[in-house]
Every structure is written in C-alpha cells, then in structure tokens.
Design a protein around this ligand. Structure first.
Ligand SMILES: C[S@@+](CC[C@H](N)C(=O)[O-])C[C@H]1O[C@@H](n2cnc3c(N)ncnc32)[C@H](O)[C@@H]1O
Length: 249
C-alpha cells in the first residue's frame, strides 16, 4: 500500500519498480485512467492459438482511495485483469466452449499433439474434441448426445454414446489427456477425477467444475488440494472453475 498525493506520484512509484502494469478500477475511474496514461502502454495482441503464455512481467494495481494505491508487482494471471482475447475460429468449432479449453491449454503452455491420445467426457457438440483433434491427437468423445456431424466425421475422432460415469477407467487404454466438460454436481465430478487419478490411466486432466446455484467452495478446496492439481477461474469460465492435474507434478 502506498500513499500517493498525485497522479504523477503514483505513476512514478510503479515505473520505479518495473515497466508493465495493469490497473483495475472498480471506483475512481477518471483518476485511474489518468494514472494509466502516465504509465508505459501495455497492449496485448489477440492470441493466435496454439501459443505459449506470456512470460513478460506484469503487475497489478488499484486505487482504494484517491491517495491510496494498492499494488503488486506480480499477479496470478499473466494477463490484464485476467482477460485473454483469442483470434477466434468462427467456422469449424460447433460451440464456443472451445475457447475455454484453448485458454486452459494456453495457461498450461501445452496442448494435445499428433501421436497423443485424449478422452473427452461430455463432448457434445464437440468444441473440445475439435480442439484436440485439430492439433492431430486421437480423440475418443464420450457423451449420451451426438456430436456435430462435422466433428464426428473427423478421421481422428471416435464417438461413444454412453455415460461418462459408467465408464470404468481401468478398462481404458492409458491416455495423454482426459478432458471433462460434463454438467454435473461438483461432488460427482470430484469422484470422477479421483477415480481417473487412482486408475493411473490419464497423464493429465483438464476438467470443468460446474456449479449450480451456490458455489460449492468445500468441493473446490478438495479439488485444489489434490497433489499435482490446481484450480483456476479462467476468463472464459462462467459459474464454474477449471481443474488441472498432471501426473508427477
Ligand atoms: C457443456 S456441454 C459440453 C460442451 C463441449 N465441451 C463442447 O466443447 O462442445 C456438457 C455435456 O455434458 C454431457 N453430459 C452430461 N452428463 C453426462 C454423462 N453422464 N455422461 C456423458 N456426458 C454427459 C451433456 O450431454 C452435454 O453434452
């Protein structure tokens, strides 16, 4: 926390620490805009996926009062206020859910590639399956509802029409990626993730934890405490979180 008598003074403190700053202005918009103008410009370009996440330093700041600056030279997300803008593909994916998986994989700095295998649970209409298949991976898409025809017809996509909860991981070949975007109660999704982790059949998991009504913080904490796992709220998440897990991490 810094006492800042002037706009120039606020900018001077931040410039003295580093170049790149992202401001958040829930209040004091005009004063915050003037401070932003006094700082070096930070204008990220829309991301063309696949890409590695930015590694340039970025700090965050906000004004608590006209003369009170709260700042942090580092942030948990390397984007301005967590926002990731992609150059979208408006023709191939059958739903906009692909943006959520793009963002998850962009944060990981890793995505399915040719020679890798994926299981996509709750795959319909096929946005996530399209992401994995479009980079050459072999995808088994599982849903009780059918995928969009254009996705089901891809040569590296196999469709299985069944419940993801009835699938015994022990009967599956090991996969490089387990994806899940199933709409279900968080406790059910937790049990599903734990079952796959215990089976040793998935090297990595990316799973949406969907909330219905109240946020289930207790279950989110259990997800976050799984060794090798972490839970993030992505820019493209709505009333949901994304669970990442990697074997041996
Ligand atoms: C949000 S949609 C998935 C969107 C998808 N990821 C995409 O990119 O197009 C959730 C899906 O979960 C599926 N689902 C719900 N319960 C399921 C279950 N028990 N087994 C398999 N799929 C299930 C629904 O049929 C629905 O298609």
């Amino acid at each position: 926390m810094h006492a800042v008598p002037s706009i120039k003074g606020a900018a001077r403190i931040m410039r003295g620490l580093q170049r790149n700053w992202a401001g958040y202005a829930p209040i004091l918009h005009r004063r915050s805009a003037l401070i932003t103008d006094a700082l070096p410009p930070v204008r990220p370009k829309p991301v063309v996926f696949p890409a590695m996440p930015p590694d340039a330093h970025l700090g965050g700041w906000t004004l608590l009062a006209p003369g009170q600056l709260l700042l942090s030279p580092t942030k948990s997300a390397p984007f301005i206020n967590g926002e990731v803008a992609f150059v979208e593909n408006r023709t191939e994916p059958p739903s906009r859910a692909y943006l959520k998986l793009w963002e998850a994989l962009f944060r990981l700095g890793r995505w399915p590639v040719a020679g890798e295998t994926c299981i996509d649970l709750g795959a319909c209409p096929g946005g996530w399956t399209w992401v994995a298949a479009s980079h050459g991976a072999q995808v088994t898409a599982i849903d009780r509802a059918p995928l969009a025809e254009s996705i089901a017809a891809l040569p590296n996509v196999t469709c299985r029409y069944e419940s993801a909860f009835g699938l015994d991981p022990a009967t599956c070949e090991p996969v490089d990626w387990l994806f899940s975007d199933i709409i279900a109660y968080p406790t059910r999704l937790l049990a599903l993730a734990q079952r796959w982790i215990a089976s040793g059949r998935a090297a990595r998991i990316v799973m949406t934890i969907k909330f219905q009504g109240e946020t289930d913080h207790d279950t989110a904490e259990v997800f976050a405490a799984i060794p090798g796992g972490r839970v993030l709220h992505l820019w493209h998440n709505k009333h949901e979180l994304t669970f990442f897990w990697q074997r041996g991490a």
